[in-house]
Design a protein around this ligand. Sequence first.
Ligand code: AHM
Ligand code: MG
Length: 316
Amino acid sequence: MTLLADWLRNQTDDETLASVFIAMADAGAEIAAVLRQAPIAGQTGLAGATNVQGEAQKALDVISNDIVLNHLRPNPHVSILISEELDEAVEVSSQGQFIVATDPLDGSSNLDVNVTVGTIFSILPADGGLLQKGSAQLGAGYVAYGPATSMVLRLVGQTAVFTLGSDGGWTLILGAASVPEASGEYAINTARERFWDSATKGYVTENVAGETGAAGKRYNMRWVGSMVADIHRILMRGGIFLYPLDSETVSKGGRLRLLYEANPMAWLVEGAGGKSTTGRERILDVMPVDIHQRVPVILGSAEEVARVEAWYRKAG
Ligand code: AHM
Ligand code: MG
């Protein structure tokens, strides 16, 4: 049985970098414990609301953000934390070599219906500054709070999958996740069809036509509405995830955030042999101009991503 610390020792000689992964894994284990008990503890609802005991409630997004920060604060190697929950980047330690960017609880609109949510994170070198391309990442990961609590990590090698044990430790389940090159499953919010561009429409129309269309095979559609759950399925059995630019999100640059959603997921999917694109360029090559920048996200099985890219080339 390989435990997280053993796996990290095989991946890097840099114990400072390993310590940041361990801090995020510990934060994930604590968030998992909080989520399991949240309805009993009255930790649901919106920040600013009051629970039945008259106590102020903190939304689980805020609680998760605090847990991540509490685990990173004692680590002298973390310079800055960028979080979906914080307007500004916060300094953690003036001497730190690493930046952590995180969405502490992604998909939180699914919490009230007990559907998988997750923590996503990216680790960057601090000397590169706040705005760096995803290709500069030193590592990334996510924790998926599902029937089992899974954690997927990658430094620069292969993408590995862990499961949280009842003792609070992480056990390696799969050392080299591999996204199958071909797949018959796609994930997109089809309620947004009227906003889609011609490339997205072209690709999805072909899929819906199944074996009678140009793709020549039958497709199935899955959309959890929780990125971590959708990406975890794709990492484990293939498929493609699309949150493309559309006429409603174009003014914002997209729906999902580059630094702590798109980049870490692209890093993990590419480490498992998949592909990532905005439709026009590799996600990891996008130069950010803002820490909360949004970006179109298309990633997963290489053949499917290539088909979408071809539609974008055709659209001009
Ligand atoms: P959040 O960071 O506010 O939780 O939003 C991100 C989530 C993703 O997990 C998911 O893929 C997407 O939003 C779903 O969007 P939609 O509700 O438009 O389908
Ligand atoms: Mg999010």
